[in-house]
Design a binder for this molecule. Structure first.
Ligand code: HEM
Length: 216
């Protein structure tokens, strides 16, 4: 996530109070994760027992691979727009930057995290399927992809998400149409660098999934 925030040229307009942009609490907030967990369990079961539903093993495999790729595109592809959004929001001032940060936070919560879980589960379903035979002989490129998936999850949870929360905290007391606080600079720089690392991990995974290099 690029946050090379420039001093706002003008007021970002009379935004609604910050709380208007925060995610709803309670059950509504948990819904995407609950849905992703249920779909992930279904994907693993489908990989293992899908053929018992009357589908050919190959069709089970194709359905899982299609879901795997579509979810990977939606979950990881959506994050590539953030480096375009943040500088724009930064130039608009505190109010627009706050909205953009809430957008990034909710994108993570509603799309990226549930989607990432479903990518791993459908990947697991593909491994379990008899078509691939990967469960008997797991190729190196899948082992490395799983390691990259875990690394991305750890970085997102321990570095990126807390940094977004810190950025929102810095904007907490700032006037909507006032200058972006100087304290945002180092946070923005870090969000930008770590965002690039996460993007690189997604592209590396895509390379491994399509090129399937013989690593060892
Ligand atoms: C836990 C992580 C993952 C696991 C276990 C996993 C597993 C798999 C497996 C077993 C296949 C089928 C390969 C075959 O047909 O022989 C596959 C295909 C694919 N995966 Fe993943 N995957 C993971 C993460 C990802 C990620 C993060 C992405 C994208 C960013 C991704 C994108 C793809 C694509 C595009 C294909 C289709 C490749 C093709 O048919 O040429 N996967 N994955």
């Amino acid at each position: 996530m690029t946050a090379r925030v420039q001093a706002p040229a003008h007021a970002g307009g009379e935004g609604a109070p910050a709380s208007a942009h925060e995610a709803p609490g309670g059950a509504a907030r948990a819904l995407p994760m609950v849905a992703a967990l249920a779909l992930s369990a279904a994907a693993l079961a489908f990989g293992e027992w899908g053929a018992d539903l009357g589908l050919s093993e190959l069709n089970v495999y194709k359905v899982l691979r299609l879901v795997h790729v579509v979810v990977a595109v939606v979950a990881f592809g959506s994050t590539f727009g953030i480096p375009v959004l943040m500088p724009l929001a930064g130039r608009g001032g505190v109010a627009t930057l706050r909205v953009a940060l809430h957008f990034a936070e909710q994108l993570e919560e509603k799309i990226v995290v549930p989607g990432s879980l479903l990518v791993a589960a459908t990947g697991g379903g593909l491994i379990l399927s008899d078509v691939s035979g990967y469960q008997d002989d797991l190729p190196a490129w899948i082992v490395v992809s799983i390691a990259l998936w875990v690394a991305a999850a750890v970085i997102a949870f321990t570095v990126q998400n807390p940094a977004v929360k810190r950025a929102l905290a810095v904007l907490e007391g700032a006037a909507d149409n006032g200058p972006v606080p100087q304290a945002m600079g180092p946070i923005a720089g870090r969000l930008d660098r770590v965002g690039k690392v996460l993007a690189l991990l997604a592209i590396l995974s895509l390379f491994l999934m399509t090129w399937r290099p013989g690593l060892w």
